[in-house]
Write a new protein. Structure first.
Length: 364
């Protein structure tokens, strides 16, 4: 099992000289309005060995709990979870971010934001009221229009939209944790998202976050059942269907556990699932037939809310213990070695790279 050695803990800011985008990682956090200790969007710098150092607060904001980065411009988008907003920021030198334009209204508990790979729009998922909102972007990356997608109408349970994935075929997939649905959308300029089709998951599984495998399958981590569901696309119609549901952990879920994030290695051979409660990261082997858990290891802190895979390093953000722990990964087995670093970050709930170094892995 991986254990934390006596790695340096960084709480003092590093020098604020210009930082290459490929070395920057933005951190979302909870602030006082959501019971957290953070003050806004933070910035971490990755050293040559993959360890992280704290740069400082890039922009003060209320509970910027998830972030997304424009594919070509120095723009960062943050949801304000308690404030029910989405806001655009522009990098203004060093690691500072400058607010650009007004706060745009979002829905209740806006918890996730993702940007179109072509920079045309962003999508916000709202856990509190189930809204899926598309915001068009202008040529400078500013938000210019807002469109609400059709709501899920499943009776008897509240809708809980939770995350968005930009698919490799240009469509958009969102999760509905309350209605146990994957929803696939088409973007129509000037109108927003139009529903293509839906995929039902087992009742009360709670689809939360998702990632697309290089082979085209979508792997979805389920918060409530602590499993990995695989959605497979038909080669003919392009319609996704449920291909299987697999345990997310080798040892099984413990009482009080809830799954959080899923990330894939660059070659698609291994998936990593964070489990809050028992505070574990689970490693799964992925092939054309299944996702098989092979090992669980302690995450190194309390409440692993989010994690980021960059090359052969796994960074795990712990919301409650207020830190990010870094593990080296064996490229063949996918298993972690001894933790190589730990940096203090107040109430971190998201890790998003400002830019991906060539050959690095993971979902921004």
């Amino acid at each position: 099992m991986a254990t934390l050695r006596n790695a340096a803990q960084t709480s003092q800011p590093l020098p604020a000289a210009a930082v290459p985008a490929e070395d920057l990682i933005w951190t979302g956090c909870y602030t006082a309005d959501n019971g957290g200790q953070g003050t806004g969007i933070g910035a971490l710098r990755a050293a040559a060995d993959g360890t992280l150092g704290w740069l400082g607060v890039a922009a003060t904001a209320d509970s910027p709990s998830f972030l997304a980065v424009h594919p070509t411009l120095g723009m960062v988008y943050a949801v304000g979870e308690a404030a029910r907003t989405v806001t655009a920021y522009r990098r203004s030198g060093g690691f500072a971010l400058e607010r650009t334009g007004p706060d745009w209204p979002a829905g209740d508990a806006a918890c996730h934001v993702a940007v179109d790979p072509r920079g045309r729009f962003l999508v916000v998922a709202c856990w509190g009221d189930g809204q899926v909102l598309l915001y068009e972007l202008d040529g400078d990356g500013g938000i210019s229009a807002r469109f609400a997608a059709a709501p899920s109408t499943l009776a008897g349970r509240p809708s809980r939209a939770h995350a968005t994935l930009m698919l490799d075929d240009g469509r958009v997939m969102t999760t509905d944790l309350g209605h146990d649905l994957l929803r696939v959308w088409n973007y129509v300029p000037g109108q927003g998202l139009q529903l293509d089709h839906e995929v039902a998951l087992p009742r009360d599984s709670g689809p939360r976050h998702l990632v697309q495998h290089p082979g085209g399958d979508v792997l979805v981590v389920t918060e409530y059942s602590v499993e990995v569901a695989v959605a497979r696309r038909s080669s003919g119609s392009g319609t996704f269907s449920l291909a299987g549901v697999f345990p997310a952990t080798r040892a099984g879920a413990a009482a009080g556990d809830s799954a959080a994030e899923i990330a894939l290695s660059a070659d698609g051979r291994h998936a990593y699932v964070g489990v809050r409660g028992s505070n574990r990261i689970s490693v799964l082997e992925v092939d054309a037939d299944a996702a098989r858990p092979v090992a669980d290891f302690p995450s190194g802190g309390d409440w692993p809310r989010h994690h980021l895979l960059r090359g052969a390093r796994l960074h795990v953000a712990h919301e409650r213990s207020g830190d990010v722990v870094t593990y080296p990964l064996d490229p063949e087995s996918g298993l972690p070695g001894e933790a190589m670093g730990k940096v203090e970050v107040a109430s971190p709930v998201a890790l998003v790279p400002a830019g991906l170094r060539a050959g690095s892995a993971g979902q921004p």
